[in-house]
Design a protein around this ligand. Structure first.
Ligand SMILES: C[S@@+](CC[C@H](N)C(=O)[O-])C[C@H]1O[C@@H](n2cnc3c(N)ncnc32)[C@H](O)[C@@H]1O
Length: 269
């Protein structure tokens, strides 16, 4: 099932390949969950879904707590009258101002589906600043939300830094990490999922955490792009690579094929 949010770097199309590398276990931990494409399409008993983006986790927690009632409230925002640049700006302003978590969650879904390319981007003040998307009729992901609600009734949602989550893992857990990519070029750093950044120092911290956790017998699988610094960081892991078509830029001319990797730490990897 597709995630109900559009998410930069979403892994829906790569799920079959990623699943092949995920060993059986009791719980799946996703420290960088984003739209949850991987968790949604696997069959573990328990899920720990984490992301540093607080608005995203609040949306998930609201859907988990309110179910159908919340879905019905979200649907009210998917009308032709609300699909205009003026209304979009008004709702974006409201989103950036409100402290009401349920309202903010409704608006995040609206902004995600009506905003440009489904981008999730915040400015340095932490304000959501994606422009209007100009879609004819934005899709309301009702079935996808219902599926998410049913699937994650028992799931635990947290908003922490990835390392804290990884260090709490116990034998029987499987960890799948999908960190933000290292920019392929100096100008391609097109996403900012939250007001913090994710540079090479963070990639190093993740590789160290993965090695540490794997040494305790807990498998860690990491998705990333094949770049020299990343390969150097993952020495000691088993690495599988495969080319994918990735839409790096809004300018069609810059659609590049990049090599995606899956690094498996632990399990003799
Ligand atoms: C490539 S996306 C994950 C996409 C996801 N696999 C999917 O299919 O939608 C990376 C995610 O990492 C989150 N993130 C960035 N820095 C983080 C950190 N320090 N700890 C936890 N999550 C972080 C971002 O908010 C973003 O949602």
């Amino acid at each position: 099932m597709r995630p109900f949010l559009k998410w930069p770097g979403g892994k829906y199309r790569l799920v079959p390949r990623i699943k092949e590398k995920l060993p059986p276990g009791k719980s799946l931990i996703e420290p960088f969950a984003g739209s949850c494409a991987v968790s949604l399409n696997t069959e573990y008993e328990n899920y720990l879904i984490n992301d540093i983006n607080e608005d995203l986790i609040n949306l998930y927690k609201t859907l988990q707590a309110k179910g159908d009632k919340f879905i019905r409230r979200c649907r009210l925002y998917f009308t032709a009258q609300k699909n205009t640049p003026e209304k979009f700006k008004k709702f974006r302003k409201e989103f950036n101002k409100t402290k009401d978590i349920e309202k903010k969650s409704v608006l995040l879904l609206y902004l995600n589906r009506h905003g440009y390319n489904g981008l999730i981007r915040y400015n340095s003040q932490g304000e959501f600043n994606v422009p209007f998307g100009r879609y004819k009729k934005p899709y309301f992901p009702e079935e996808e939300m219902k599926f998410f609600y049913e699937k994650f009734k028992k799931a635990k949602f947290t908003c922490e830094d990835f390392e804290k989550i990884m260090m709490k893992a116990k034998p029987g857990d499987i960890i799948y990490c999908d960190p933000p990519y290292i920019p392929l070029t100096s100008t391609s750093n097109f996403t900012s999922y939250s007001s913090g950044g994710f540079g090479i120092g963070e990639q190093e911290r993740l590789a160290r955490a993965a090695a540490k956790v794997a040494a305790k017998g807990i498998p860690v699988i990491i998705s990333n792009h094949m770049t020299d610094p990343i390969i150097q960081l993952y020495t000691g892991a088993y690495i599988e690579d495969f080319p994918v078509q990735r839409f790096i830029s809004c300018n069609g001319a810059n659609r590049n094929a990049v090599t995606e990797i899956l690094a498996v730490f632990g399990q003799g990897g």
